[in-house]
Design a protein around this ligand. Structure first.
Ligand code: 6R9
Length: 647
């Protein structure tokens, strides 16, 4: 394995940015952010061009973030209408269905416009207007993108809930955002099996206000339970609406969407992104990070339920007039060649996926890749969690045939787009490193304990960002205080990412993973507090503590220490029951991998659970338990080690 990979000369020659260009542009972006972003803002079509560019402060507790605050624009007009003059017949979305026997769809910008306008008109007829919230709980079908853009067109705020989440999680998000409408489909096919999404919505709506309406896309035609006059088929509603709809002028700082994500405490929080800064940042990072050119076919395999799907399936690519692939299926069905078959079929030029998928496919062997012609692929990307060098090298050698730069993009739901990432023609890559900051992004490494800034190049600590960038989240929906506390209270004057990192002698960043109580399961964020609260909601459980542990495919697995109520006995049946209980409360991705019965948990004298110790036991690393003398009852630890469950 090499330590460093240089981009090929022909790639550099055709790239938007080369090494010198990166240096120059980066320097300009931090020297004079106002001038830099005023210029970049011209990427968008403004109804009223902004004259105020940046108005941001990270000063605790008066954190306030505004970009382009007197500008007006409409996101859907930027993603669709402005391309109608230049590329009406170009494919905007290639939709690849779950079943390879079913036909793919090529949706042109003209079709996209009509579909989005019709859905926008339906939403208006349902009484949805500017600032109202709409929940999307949908499979990966074109209507999911139409729905996002239809909301944007009329100024409604969408909140996409991953269709793998349970009805409880859905109900919490409907209520948390006080949504007027839920958009869903009858069923959601994935990997040859269809989930009955509408049933989940029905369950959720039992816990919501009776006025919430449900708009249903017919996808599978399967039997579903209809509620009442509050359920509407999209195709029926669309029969009587116009296929044009004027885009609503929005202020740059009007919310575009809410996306719930897990944090270290409490229940998931609604991350709020706004109109101007978010779109600009998604579009710009999409162009540079993936070196996107006209005629390319861009494929991000994420689900629109995650931020990656928002920024790099829908908003970034469409703002750039790109052709974006939307895939309904899974990497391993009908077999492990599916990704590569789809790349060949649609002549994909940039392919963007998660380390967990790469590791899973690596485990199946190179033969599944070798049968497909991947000569169209120019750039490979990864996101969601640290990528181990073995998976990186396999991706590089077997998928990329050693000719495709790998962009390891570090970012978060909160950041809207890439913050640390190589640019393919500019930055030599190192397996496992996200490399260097994007334009306008100023990372710093702080000592985790003292908060002291590490000024030397080689450093290790927590990763913070010194100043705002346009794609940054603005607040937590309904709880600005939580926003300020979560991200700006621990290290004053900085945005705290929650990640640890190392910076090497070349100034490259290596993300080492979360330093808070968030675990990363297959690239999906999970708050340990959420899993714990699901566990203690079960009548047999008196106490629970949840930590992550290394997992070969998923990156991290979920390890639970469970103390039972007096009178309840541990058994394999109860273990399975608890696993299924968490699955039902949150969703399949939250199903615990390991449950260890714990007669007691290691606590300090003040009653705080010492997670550091629980993590070490789960990792099978007893040598590094550290100081246990402050525990109220140190013998608890010996018991946990003696009875460690096998992951
Ligand atoms: C985009 C997305 C964010 C957390 C983040 C970090 C981890 C994401 C990464 C990465 C190492 C990368 N993460 N990309 N770690 N290298 N390239 O994933 O958003 O779901 O909010 O997760 O994911 O720990 O803090 P989100």
């Amino acid at each position: 394995m090499k330590d460093i990979y240089e981009p090929a000369a022909d790639l550099i020659a055709n790239a938007h940015i080369d090494a010198a260009g990166y240096k120059e542009k980066y320097a300009a972006s931090v020297a004079d952010p106002e001038a830099f972003w005023a210029e970049e803002a011209k990427r968008l079509d403004w109804i009223k061009a902004p004259t105020k560019i940046k108005n941001t402060t990270f000063a605790y507790p008066d954190v306030s973030i505004k970009w382009f605050e007197d500008g007006e624009l409409n996101v859907a007009a930027n993603c669709i209408d402005r391309h109608l003059e230049t590329r009406p017949d170009q494919t905007a979305i290639i939709w690849e269905p779950d079943d390879p026997q079913e036909d793919a769809q090529h949706i042109t910008y003209r079709d996209l416009h009509a579909n989005v306008c019709r859905m926008a008109n339906v939403l208006k007829d349902l009484g949805v207007g500017k600032g109202d919230r709409v929940i999307l709980y949908m499979p990966m079908i074109p209507q999911a993108a139409y729905a996002m853009l239809a909301c944007a067109r009329i100024g409604a705020i969408h909140s996409v809930v991953f269709a793998g989440f349970s009805s409880d999680a859905l109900a919490n998000r409907i209520n948390g955002s006080q949504a007027k409408v839920v958009i869903t489909s009858d069923g959601a096919p994935r990997g040859g099996k269809a989930t009955n999404l509408k049933d989940n919505v029905n369950q959720a709506l039992l816990h919501c206000d009776d006025s919430v309406q449900c708009l249903v896309v017919k996808r599978t035609g399967q039997q579903i339970a209809w509620r009442s006059e509050n359920d509407i088929w999209l195709h029926e509603a669309e029969a009587s609406v116009a296929d044009t709809c004027a885009p609503e002028p929005m202020n740059a700082e009007d919310p575009l969407f809410i996306l719930y994500t897990s944090g270290s405490t409490g229940m998931p929080k609604g991350v709020v992104h706004t109109t101007g800064g978010y779109l600009l940042y998604a579009a710009m990072t999409h162009q540079y990070t993936f070196d996107y050119h006209d005629g390319d076919v861009f494929w991000c395999t994420a689900d629109v339920g995650w931020v990656t799907g928002h920024s790099y399936i829908v908003y970034g690519p469409l703002a750039n007039g790109a052709t974006t692939v939307m895939f309904e299926g899974v990497p391993t069905w009908p077999d492990a060649s599916r990704f590569w078959q789809v790349c060949e079929k649609h002549k994909v030029t940039q392919f963007y996926t998660a380390p967990t998928a790469i590791r899973a496919l690596m485990g199946k062997g190179a033969k599944w890749v070798e049968g497909s012609d991947l000569s169209s692929v120019r750039i490979l990307g990864t996101v969601g969690e640290p990528i181990n060098p073995e998976a990186w090298t396999w991706y590089n050698d077997v998928v990329g045939k050693g000719k495709c730069p790998i962009v390891d993009t570090w970012w978060q739901t909160e950041t809207g787009g890439h913050l640390i990432t190589p640019l393919p023609g500019a930055i030599p890559t190192k397996p496992g490193s996200a490399t260097v900051p994007f334009f306008g992004v100023q990372p710093e490494v702080l000592d985790a304990a003292t908060g002291e800034i590490q000024t030397q190049t080689e450093a290790e600590g927590v990763l913070v960002i010194k100043d705002s960038w346009p794609g940054q989240m603005r607040t937590v929906w309904g709880d600005h205080n939580r926003f300020v506390k979560t991200y700006f209270a621990d290290y004053k004057g900085y945005y705290f990412s929650g990640d640890g990192c190392r910076r090497d002698a070349d100034g490259y960043y290596w993300i080492t993973g979360r330093v808070d109580d968030v675990i990363n399961v297959s690239g999906h964020r999970m708050g340990t507090a959420e899993v714990e609260s699901a566990l203690v909601a079960h009548s047999a459980v008196s106490e629970a503590a949840v930590v992550g542990f290394p997992h070969e495919i998923k990156g991290q697995g979920i390890y639970c220490y469970v103390t039972l109520m007096d009178g309840r006995e541990p058994s394999d049946e109860l273990r399975a029951e608890l696993q299924n209980h968490v699955r039902a409360e949150i969703g399949p991705i939250a199903k615990p991998d390991v449950i260890q019965w714990a007669p007691g948990l290691p606590k300090t004298r003040s009653g705080k659970i010492m997670r550091r110790i629980l993590r070490k036991i789960a990792e099978n690393d007893y040598g590094a338990l550290g100081d246990t003398s402050t525990l109220a009852d140190p013998s608890v630890v010996d018991d946990l080690i003696a009875n460690r469950a096998d992951g």
